[in-house]
Design a binder for this molecule. Structure first.
Ligand code: ATP
Length: 236
């Protein structure tokens, strides 16, 4: 079976900072995979390489067997990304922002409208369809970013700290939505600083530190093993 994500010896440096230092990692199709690690470990850089926002300086990366650089278009249509930082158009209602996104991924107008509506319903903000992004509350913005990642029907959903700083209720709501996506067959890559989030959601997690993979384990294995690996900036 083709891996959903396969990276070998990935390198990326910013000046003196080695953000990715020979990272190799494989995520299976349908897996719920977590990326843990302290601030600056390279998690976001890794994601940015996968989605084509950052060009690695060495190594190879593929998504469902497609090279992230050579086969960029194939990769783009298979990934839905909810980034950590977001900048959404101020002028269009959020429903239209989603329609544009679906259109960009090749859906015709009528289908794009339908998909946008469904995505807003999935995250429970269909009643805000006419609002602009900046008019939403912080929690609704999180929901919207998930809808934006979902609208193209991705095979791989990448969520960069989707629940950082949100209240308990919203965190549980977001977990439920993401779990539903995974149960429907979508592969999930999620970064988090919350160990209990990884325990609840992930089949396996990789711990990164200084651009390197420290280990890959199930959340159970990590907690059983105690605090050594969890000491690197993790915990709630
Ligand atoms: P966090 O948990 O804080 O989000 P992270 O694991 O996602 O951290 P990255 O954002 O990938 O880590 O950063 C890895 C390293 O690369 C850090 O030292 C960071 O300062 C550096 N870095 C990332 N992006 C850039 C950039 N555009 N220019 C310079 N340095 C960068």
């Amino acid at each position: 079976m083709t891996a959903a994500i396969d990276v070998r010896g990935l390198e990326k440096s910013y000046g003196d900072v080695q953000a990715l230092d020979g990272l190799s990692l494989s995520v299976e199709e349908g897996e719920f995979f977590g990326l843990l690690g302290p601030n600056g470990a390279g998690k976001t850089t890794f994601i940015n390489v996968l989605v084509g926002l950052v060009r690695a300086s060495g190594g190879e990366a593929s998504v469902f067997g497609y090279d992230v650089v050579e086969d960029y278009r194939e990769v783009r249509d298979r990934i839905g990304l909810a980034p950590q930082e977001y900048n959404v158009d101020r002028f269009f209602p959020i429903q239209e922002v989603l329609e544009h996104k679906a259109g960009y991924h090749g859906f015709d107008r009528a289908t794009a409208r339908e998909r946008a509506r469904e995505a807003l319903e999935m995250v429970d903000i269909a009643d805000k369809a006419d609002a602009r992004f900046h008019q939403l509350s912080g929690g609704m913005k999180r929901r919207f970013m998930l809808a934006r990642a979902l609208v193209s029907g991705p095979e791989l959903l990448i969520l960069d700290e989707p629940t950082a700083g949100v209240d308990v209720q919203l965190r549980h709501d977001l977990w439920e939505i993401i779990e539903k996506m995974n149960a429907a067959g979508t592969t999930i890559l999620l970064t988090t600083h919350y160990i209990e989030e990884a325990e609840r959601l992930c089949d396996r997690v990789a711990i990164l530190d200084q651009g390197r993979k420290v280990e890959v384990a199930t959340p159970d294995e990590l907690t059983q093993r105690g605090t050594d690996t969890l000491d690197i900036g993790l915990g709630d």
